[in-house]
Each structure stands twice: as C-alpha cells, then as structure tokens.
Ligand binder design. Structure first.
Ligand SMILES: Nc1ncnc2c1ncn2[C@@H]1O[C@H](COP(=O)(O)OP(=O)(O)OP(=O)(O)O)[C@@H](O)[C@H]1O
Ligand SMILES: [Mg+2]
Length: 409
C-alpha cells in the first residue's frame, strides 16, 4: 500500500500560498503597480478578467497577500514592489446572483467594519446600515436611489479611510470577487463608476477597488452601462505556458515525494491546454492512481480516464447540454476532432459545411455560455479542455439523444 500523503493539489480552491502560485509575472507586475499608485495617492481601480477557472481568484488572493505586507511572491518573481512594504486594510466580498448595488455596498462594508475593528482594538466602528435599508425598501429602484446608495457608501468609506490613515495604514482595498455573477441591468456597473467618481471628487485618495470576473459576463455589464472598462484598469489573464504548468506539477509531485517521467508533464499540459484548474485535478488524480511513487504514462492514462469518465462526467454532460442542440453540437464535435486545443474557424467550416458567417452567432452564444473561448480572431478553444476528451470518447448529443435525459456512453 502506498504511504498516506497530503494532497498538494487544490482543484477546488484559489492558490493562497505565494510559493504555490505559478507564473503571471506581467499580471502581478500590473497589480503591484496599482498598489504602488494607490500608496502614492493615485487610486487605480483594477479588474482581473479571464475564462472560468483561469485563476482570477488566485490572483486576487495574491494581491491581498501583497497588500497586507507579504512580499514573498513579488520577491520570487523579481518584481519591484516600489515600496519597502504595503500595509493596506482589506475587505473582501464574493458577489452573488441577484445582488444589487446596495447588497454589494453593505456586504463589503460589513467586512471592512470587521477588518477595521481588528485594528482599532476595543473601539467599535459604526456603519449606517439602517440608511441602506431605507433606500433599498423604497418602491422605485431607479437611478435616484442608486445615487443615494452611492452617497451613503462613499461617506461610510471615507469615514473608514480616515480611521485607517490614523492607524498608519497605507489605505483601503475593497475586493469584489465573482463580479460576473451579478446581472447586467442590476446597476452594479454604474454603482462602481459613480462611486469611483465621487470618491475621487471628495478627495478619498487612499481607497481603491479590486474586482474579478469572467470576461464574457463583464462584457455584458459593459454593454449595459458602458463604464466598467472606463472605471477599472483591465488585467486579462491568459492561459498558462508550458513552463508555468510544469512548475505547478513539479512542485506538487515533489511535495508528495514522487518521481515522474517528463512525458507525464507534457501529456497533462497538452490535455489541459493551459488552464490551471484541470492541471490540479489531474495532478491530484495521478497521485491517487500511482502505486509506486513513480508517475508513469500508465498512471496518467488511468488518471485521465477516472477524471473524464467519473469525476468530471456529470459536469461535462451538463456543459454539453447547456451548449444547445443541432448546429451547436456539430460545432463542438468539429472542434473536438482537431489535433490542437486552438481551433481555427476554417477547420470548423470544413467539418460542418457552413461558412463562418453562417454560424458566427452560434459561436457568440457558445462564448456567452462559457463553453468555448475566443483565443484570437477566428480561433477558438474549449473553456474546459476536458470536454474535448469527453467528446472524443463519447461523442456529442445527437438529435436522437435529445429527448433522453442522459447521453449514452
Ligand atoms: N497561478 C497559478 N498557479 C497555480 N495554480 C493556479 C494558479 N492560478 C490558478 N490556479 C489553480 O487553478 C484553479 C482555478 O483557480 P481560481 O479559482 O483562482 O480560478 P478562477 O478564475 O477564479 O475560477 P472561477 O472562474 O471558477 O471563479 C485552482 O485549482 C487554483 O488552485
Ligand atoms: Mg474565482
């Protein structure tokens, strides 16, 4: 029996430890610059965007670590922090579906109150939650009530900023993860724009927003309000390079005291197409499949089958269903038959027998539904690369399967 080990891979959690965070030098440099500007009274609101599972929350967690004074990652990546250290007061809110601007404002203020009271010791920091309640109970949730929310929010934030400065903090950072979950039309994009403008007008120079969200959904918010990208500096996250995936796997295998064949790393990289989440999933599974502390191609094949046929099966089937029927399935089938994860539209056209303009709306919908992602003009890939493997094994949902609740293996 293999000796029990602590699983070094975290497919379900953002990376917290700076030592386990791989790559992203350019993006970390960009977010550190936002911190540096803020520390020097030039607030730069920043949004991290990218596909589902690309690593947005992980970047946000690293920004929080750096902002609270942990420079390990910055040092390891050889990035100039600009300051000896940072000591920001941080508050974090995970957005949820159906949340309004008032929900976001009260959610983050609650967190800010806790962070601030930790610094203030016994002193309480009171927030006017009753004011928000009054506004949100009003009959019409129009722009006028939105500006009341903004006024209330900004005045509470400015009170907190003053307290933070009195305690020698560098300033305040407000993190909003999963911004893609809020509905377009909820007024959230306008809320950020108006709040950013008001804070700037009122001289709050030590407060800034750090948000994260899936590219497509953020573009939806942008279309509604045309203001997200004017309020926030966009830091898009690309897929990981081979060396970055290699580092995640090497570190993990070493922590679990396993040796490995180099080909295992190459195979996992190819299968995962630069997305870190399946890398963790396969890393975790290959350690389980292995029996002799040496990871071989056979172990990889076992892990791949287990992941695609069991662990991920339900999720992949529901993604296929979500994609839509008919032409949508044909497109996915064509994409799965390409050798490379990046599929040019010329190849899809040849396979399905339509010209690109005859299915461009379908491609747009598949992107909106988070099934595929646009890599470049006219080049696409699967957001979950394991879907390609699933389709290669089990095929897509054919017209005859559509009435049955499960597709047959
Ligand atoms: N730079 C990185 N180095 C190592 N692992 C990473 C890195 N970025 C992300 N991961 C891993 O990839 C997975 C997804 O990361 P994360 O949760 O940060 O992505 P996300 O974009 O926020 O996902 P979602 O769209 O579901 O919110 C996690 O398992 C995380 O541990
Ligand atoms: Mg996330």
């Amino acid at each position: 029996m293999k000796k029990r080990y602590v699983d070094p891979f975290t497919p379900d959690l953002p990376i917290d430890s700076p030592s386990r965070f791989s790559g992203r030098v350019k993006e970390i440099d960009s977010v550190v610059d936002s911190l540096f500007q803020l520390a020097n009274s030039k607030p730069k609101h920043t949004i991290i965007t990218g596909d589902r599972g690309i690593g947005k929350s992980s970047v946000l967690v690293q920004v929080k670590n750096i902002a609270e004074g942990n420079l390990d990652l910055v040092t390891r990546l050889g990035i100039d922090p600009g300051e000896n250290s940072y000591d920001f007061l941080c508050a974090w809110h995970d957005c949820a579906t159906d949340q309004t601007p008032a929900d976001l404002a009260t959610g983050i203020l609650k967190q800010l109150k806790t962070s601030l009271e930790n610094v203030l010791g016994k002193i309480k920091f009171e927030i006017n939650f009753a004011g928000f309640l009054t506004v949100s109970q009003k009959e019409d949730s129009t722009i006028s009530s939105l500006s009341e929310v903004v006024d209330l929010f900004c005045s509470e934030i400015m009170k907190a900023e003053k307290e933070a400065k009195d305690k020698n903090k560098s300033g305040i950072l407000l993190f909003f993860d999963e911004l893609d979950r809020v509905k377009s039309g909820s007024g959230v994009a306008t809320f950020f724009k108006l709040s950013a403008e008001k804070l700037s007008r009122d001289g709050a120079k030590h407060v800034s927003f750090f948000a994260a969200g899936i590219t497509g959904a953020i573009q939806n918010l942008e279309e509604e309000h045309g203001s997200i990208y004017r309020t926030f500096k966009d830091v898009p996250l690309p897929r990981l390079k081979f060396s970055e995936v290699e580092q995640i796997l090497e570190d993990g295998f070493q922590l679990a005291s396993c040796t490995y064949e180099n080909e295992v790393i190459e195979k996992i990289f190819k299968l995962c197409a630069g997305y870190p989440e399946p890398v963790h999933l396969l890393g975790s599974q290959i350690l389980k499949s292995d029996l002799d502390n040496h990871l071989s191609i056979d172990d990889f094949e076992l892990a791949k089958v287990e992941v695609v046929e069991t662990l991920r099966r339900n999720k992949l089937i529901s993604m296929l269903k979500k994609a839509g029927s008919g032409k949508y399935q044909k497109i996915l089938e064509a994409m799965a038959s390409h050798d490379n994860p990046n599929v040019p539209s010329a190849y899809i056209s040849e396979k399905i027998g339509y010209k690109p303009n005859e299915y461009s709306t379908n491609m747009g919908s598949l992107i909106q539904r988070n099934i595929i992602s646009s890599v470049d003009r006219g080049v696409y890939c699967f957001v979950d690369p394991l879907l390609k493997e699933y389709i290669s094994r089990f095929g897509v949902i054919s017209a005859k399967d559509e009435n049955s609740s499960e597709i047959e293996a």
